[in-house]
Each structure stands twice: as C-alpha cells, then as structure tokens.
Design a protein around this ligand. Structure first.
Ligand SMILES: [Mg+2]
Length: 251
C-alpha cells in the first residue's frame, strides 16, 4: 500500500521553516545574530534619527532571556547601537567586527585624519568612516565626489566598501561581520544560528553560518540592498516590521 503523496512545498519554504522551528525548539543551544539598521530599525534619511519600534524591543527582551546568545552585529559603534536597541544584556559588536580585532585601535588616528581631509562630511566612528549621500540634492554628483574619496582612501592604504547610499572607509584588517559571528559562535561552542541582514556587509555573516547544524539566513530586502542577499537567504522578508512579526515572534 502506497502512502498518500505529501503536499509539495517550495524548496525555499522547506529550507527556511524547518530550521526556524528547530532553533525555537531548543533556544538554549542557538544564537540569534541581528544587524541593526534596516533589520531592527527602519532606514531613515538621517542615521542619527534611527529608532527601533517598541514591539521589536519586547521581542528582543524575550529572546535575550531564552537563547544562548542574542547579538547585534552592526556597522555602528557599539555605544551608539546600544542606545538604539535599548535592551540591557544583549551582546553588541560594532564597526563590522572591528571592535573584536586587537589591531583596530592602531588605525584610529589615521582614520580621523582622513576624515579631516576628505571632500565630503564623514560620519566618524573610532575605526571607520561612513560617507552618506542619501540626503544629497544631486546623488549622482555626490557619488562622483565619493568616487574620488574612495581613490584617495585606497591610495592611503585603507579598504573601502559601498553600501546603501554610503561609502565606507576602513582599516585594511581581516575583520567583518562574518569574523565576528564566527568568533562568537566558537567562544560558546554553538552550532545553531540565525543571522538577519539587509546589506552587502551582511553577506560575510551569511557565509559564516555555512556548515552549522542549523543555519537560518534571513534577508530583509529593499530596492537599495544587493540582490545577492535574497539569493543567498533561506528566508526573505520585505521590511523591519515584517521581520519582527514573521521571524522574531516565531523564535
Ligand atoms: Mg543594515
């Protein structure tokens, strides 16, 4: 006697739903990694105006008490991200993993000098600079100026990276959101994790989940983010609100 055929689900749905349920079944064995801007807090015209909704904060408080690790992995300095998130006790790793790199402090002075001399105002952080052009009257002209800033940065030995309406200038160190995620997992011997991101730098963290027993990569997509993010994700949502409602609440 044959069994009744099982209902067909799309590959993406099978890959995403089962691991999410597995993480939630044993939270004490799992890590939850969250980018901040564009994932927990909606992108806003001025980065200093970013706010996280109260409903998201309540979910993070609940998860923080249940999971082995809940960590925010962000491009912002951790002190700034901590204020936006506002949940005591969560791990926060800032500046794309540079805060965990012992070589980063040696670059702080050169980073500050580069900002002083640059032809575009920089968002200054201890180890990195972000040149935003979201509010520029002429984004194409702004981009042209920033392309020259990039050339100068590379000539001085820095690394550069383009993100959502911004150019970043960083020290030439092998630190990324991926190295941060890997380190935090290894320190705690965790083999199950979720990572949620919305931008190019989150791809490193997606890759850091390769090989885990349970891995859930969540893309919060927008028309500014890289198409690669959704392609490499196990689960795709359309906004920070949807992420809180459809993913965080299910964890
Ligand atoms: Mg982001």
């Amino acid at each position: 006697m044959g069994r009744a055929p099982r209902p067909r689900l799309s590959t993406r749905r099978v890959r995403a739903v089962q691991p999410l349920d597995r993480l939630a079944a044993e939270p004490g064995r799992a890590a939850v990694f969250l980018d901040v801007d564009g994932v927990l807090a909606p992108i806003v015209a001025r980065p200093e105006d970013a706010r996280m909704p109260d409903a998201t904060r309540r979910e993070l408080e609940r998860l923080g008490g249940a999971y082995a690790l809940v960590a925010c992995v962000t491009g912002r300095p951790s002190a700034v991200a901590r204020k936006i998130v506002g949940v005591p006790g969560l791990t926060i790793v800032g500046e794309h993993g540079l805060e965990l790199d012992p070589e980063a402090p040696a670059w702080a002075e050169r980073i500050a000098s580069f900002a002083d001399a640059a032809a575009w105002p920089a968002e200054r952080k201890p180890y990195t600079l972000a040149f935003h052009y979201r509010t520029a009257a002429d984004p194409e002209a702004a981009r042209a100026v920033l392309e020259q800033v990039e050339i100068d940065a590379l000539a001085e030995g820095f690394r550069t990276r383009w993100g959502r309406m911004l150019l970043e200038v960083l020290p030439p160190l092998n630190a990324s959101k991926g190295t941060a995620v890997r380190r935090l997992l290894d320190e705690r011997s965790l083999d199950r994790a979720l990572y949620a991101g919305d931008d190019t730098t989150d791809l490193d963290a997606f890759a850091a989940l390769d090989g885990l027993e349970v891995a859930v990569r969540v893309a919060v997509v927008s028309n500014e983010g890289p198409s690669e993010l959704a392609e490499r994700a196990d689960l795709v949502v359309g906004s920070p609100d949807a992420f809180a409602a459809d993913v965080l609440r299910r964890l």
